[in-house]
Design a protein around this ligand. Structure first.
Ligand SMILES: Cc1cc2nc3c(=O)[nH]c(=O)nc-3n(C[C@H](O)[C@H](O)[C@H](O)COP(=O)(O)OP(=O)(O)OC[C@H]3O[C@@H](n4cnc5c(N)ncnc54)[C@H](O)[C@@H]3O)c2cc1C
Length: 436
């Protein structure tokens, strides 16, 4: 494409801002239109009672190289953006430790092997079962002949109940936000290949020090502004019309040579009526199911700390606890994450907070009572990542109209990494495919 051409991006989530950053880096004047008051989308800052919270506690892993690359590109140092911790799964059942997996500093795949051999909470048959399934996955090139549910894959590899409950289920929920009975084993294998199956740094946990809007989207907005681009917040796009001069968005005076549609998937149908090229991807996802994520923030007296910045719970509603004091300086604040569907969806927020506080009190009886709670419910946090899901490509039938978002075709479930890879791919398509 010619550098003088103009590109619009609709949606300033991680995918939209990744597309905008890639276009701006190539010298294209890009304008981003975002409905909300700030960028970030499903990974954004939420101001509550004078606190900068996130709409949901997020974590990344070392394998998220596109995300880390973009964060660096827009001028943030990794050490300012994230706390990097070596992979350690520490899971409690009530007051007792149920499971612990830590991988020592050895070359891959010995680090995972040594970690599983020393895993706490497993007997020898369970350790061998874990090593067997990882070895089988590696030998198959991390590829299933036919995708199936995680539960079926685990059953085929005779994984004992303790391993399913303490390792595979929490890992699947954290990565795919879909219960193991319906989650795609192939997508889990893709994540395992790039994390526990790769070098040790790839499996590191990266926990944000900054709020999720500051972590990348706001820094990206500054980056594109310095290159002649602009982010318009509070700019809900309702109309996308093809005119002789290019694409006109209802809010814009100008027309654009190309458009990257970086909306959440359930919003695609809205624009498909005006842009027929969006009808095919909109139809493809019309029957998709969505999965929720609830984040319960609990504030404890100043100085209250979890034993680890991140702690797992089993047999509970909340699966993971994060110590926001240790991570981002929010002293005494704990974020409890409840991934995927479950009976909690029928409870009031007060009931959910009460139950989660009770679970924390049973796991960590030394903690004082919480003083305050807030629940943030994201009902359509991610698409349900089920076996064999056909996902739309970045390209549409119109070479000037591209899709970006965590739901487009790719190896990953709905994640920040999936979103930014998709945004980058859409921008590369625009740069390669339009104009002369
Ligand atoms: C609670 C929660 C916890 C999560 N935890 C993790 C995690 O730990 N790790 C991880 O990797 N991922 C996690 N995810 C998933 C991750 O947040 C998403 O995959 C990612 O943010 C999706 O980005 P996106 O840009 O594709 O879509 P979105 O973030 O949905 O961006 C779309 C944007 O379009 C805007 N928009 C909508 N309609 C219009 C319109 N008509 N005009 C203009 N703008 C519009 C929206 O406001 C939004 O900003 C979590 C998600 C949630 C909700």
């Amino acid at each position: 494409m010619k550098r003088s051409e103009r590109v619009a991006v609709i949606g300033a989530g991680y995918a939209g801002m990744a597309a905008a950053t890639t276009l701006a880096a190539a010298g294209v004047a890009v304008e981003v239109f975002e409905a909300g008051p700030l960028p970030g989308g499903r990974a954004r800052r939420v101001e509550l009672d004078g606190l900068a919270l996130d709409n949901g506690q997020h974590m990344a892993i070392g394998a998220y190289r596109a995300l880390l690359g973009l964060v660096a590109q827009v001028g943030l140092r990794e050490t300012d953006a994230f706390v990097r911790l070596p992979l350690e799964l520490d899971v409690q059942a009530g007051p007792a430790r149920a499971f612990r997996l830590a991988c020592p500093r050895l070359p891959a795949p010995l680090h995972t092997l040594a970690g599983l051999l020393r895993a706490e909470g497993l007997d020898w048959p369970a350790r061998w079962a874990a090593i067997r399934i990882m070895a089988a996955a590696r030998l198959s090139g991390w590829t299933l002949a036919q995708d199936c549910s995680v539960a079926d894959w685990l059953a085929a590899h005779r994984q004992p109940e303790v391993l399913v409950r303490c390792l595979w289920e929490p890992l699947t929920l954290a990565a795919l936000n879909t219960p193991i009975a319906t989650a795609s084993a192939q997508v889990l294998l893709n994540v395992l290949r790039d994390s526990m199956g790769a070098d040790r740094a790839a499996g590191d946990f990266l926990l944000p020090r900054l709020d999720l809007s500051a972590l990348f989207p706001e820094a990206a907005a500054t980056y594109l502004q310095a290159r002649g681009g602009r982010l318009h917040c509070g700019a809900l796009v309702k109309r996308l019309a093809r005119e002789a001069g290019g694409w006109r968005l209802d809010r814009s005076d100008a027309t654009f040579d190309a458009v990257v549609v970086a909306l959440p998937p359930h919003r695609l149908a809205m624009l498909a009526e005006q842009a027929p090229a969006l009808a095919v991807p909109a139809a493809l996802i019309a029957d998709w199911q969505w999965q929720p994520i609830y984040t319960v923030y609990l504030r404890y007296p100043a100085g209250t700390r979890l034993p680890k910045p991140m702690l797992g719970l089993v047999g509970t509603t909340a699966q993971w606890l994060f110590d926001r004091g240790a991570l981002c300086g929010q002293d005494g604040l704990i974020a409890a994450v409840v991934s995927a569907e479950g009976p909690h969806e029928a409870w009031s927020q007060a009931e959910l907070a009460r139950r989660v506080a009770g679970e924390i009190a049973r796991a960590l009886p030394q903690l004082p009572a919480p003083e305050w709670h807030k629940v943030i419910a994201e009902k359509r946090a991610t698409f349900a990542c089920v076996p064999g899901l056909a996902r739309p490509a970045n390209a549409t039938t119109d070479r000037t109209l591209w899709l970006a978002g965590d739901y487009t075709a790719g190896p990953y479930p709905a994640t920040l990494e999936g979103a930014v890879r998709s945004g980058r791919a859409a921008a590369e398509g625009v740069l390669a495919g339009t104009g002369s």
